[in-house]
Design a protein. Structure first.
Length: 276
């Protein structure tokens, strides 16, 4: 398994935390900025959005067409949000759902691309994103071993900066369905960064995911519990995200660096070793 610096993240942390704003802004750029402000106070590394043209994402008779249309932001709005995020030292990236959105994100210098679980079998989009030869994070919800491998190979043909996120595409995901054992399987099977995209309504599972080896944690976000938004059932508040980040940094310290030998904590006890 590669580390975060191999992937391209400029961080000294062992775990990269993404606040998934997604479409929780409801199409309101001012609310989106407030959400970025909120994330900046938590210690998270990045904010992530969803960039799409509704008519190219779902059919007009889809039950979610109107919701997506209401939440659709213009390309100009995303450029403004990228600039705003950078001003707060928060990484910005997005999930594109169509080729035009990929081209737009590339035009504004987006450094990282996210593939949603729904598109892991979308070869056209995978090839389009891979052609940019930039870092790609891909969720693996609903996917079997072969589908993940096929998608990985498409990306690998153009870039070696790939991250796979274990994910359960259930909204919300029950703790008993989290299946965190899959993280170890991904680590064993793929020579890339492995993480977890969480859809539970708490922070327990993502903390356990870090202990299981996840180097990236993605979590849906809203400002507070009173905020009414599309993904409210799977979103955590500013205070919860701050608690999650703090917990992750504690886990990183507990795991240490894997050094085997006399540690600084053991030096006083060394004289009592019993050689024979």
């Amino acid at each position: 398994m590669k580390n975060l610096k191999d992937f391209g993240f400029n961080t000294n942390n062992k775990t990269y935390v993404i606040a998934e704003i997604g479409i929780n802004h409801g199409g309101d750029i001012n609310l989106a900025k407030k959400m970025i402000d909120s994330v900046s106070r938590t210690g998270a590394d990045a904010v992530k959005f969803q960039t799409y043209i509704t008519e190219k994402r779902v059919p007009k008779d889809s039950p979610i067409f109107d919701i997506l249309k209401k939440c659709e932001l213009s390309f100009d709005a995303f450029q403004e949000l990228q600039t705003y995020s950078k001003s707060l030292n928060i990484d910005f990236f997005s999930t594109p759902f169509d080729n035009d959105s990929v081209d737009f994100l590339n035009s504004i210098g987006c450094d990282i691309y996210k593939i949603a679980s729904f598109d892991i079998v979308n070869k056209e989009l995978l090839k389009k994103v891979a052609s940019l030869k930039k870092p790609v994070i891909m969720s693996t919800g609903m996917s079997n071993d072969l589908e993940i491998s096929n998608a990985y190979d498409i990306l690998k043909a153009k870039t070696d900066k790939i991250a796979l996120l274990h994910c359960i595409s259930s909204y919300p995901t029950q703790e008993n369905d989290a299946n965190l054992s899959a993280i170890a399987k991904l680590i064993k099977s793929f020579d890339c960064v492995i993480g977890h995209s969480d859809h539970t309504n708490d922070i327990k599972v993502p903390l356990l995911a870090v202990a299981a080896g996840a180097q990236i944690i993605e979590k849906h976000f809203r400002i507070d519990e009173k905020m009414d938004c599309v993904d409210a059932p799977v979103s955590i508040s500013e205070s919860q995200l701050k608690e999650l980040v703090t917990g992750i940094r504690v886990i990183e310290k507990i795991f240490g660096d894997g050094f085997m030998g006399i540690t600084s904590a053991e030096k006083e006890i060394v004289p009592f070793r019993r050689f024979s």
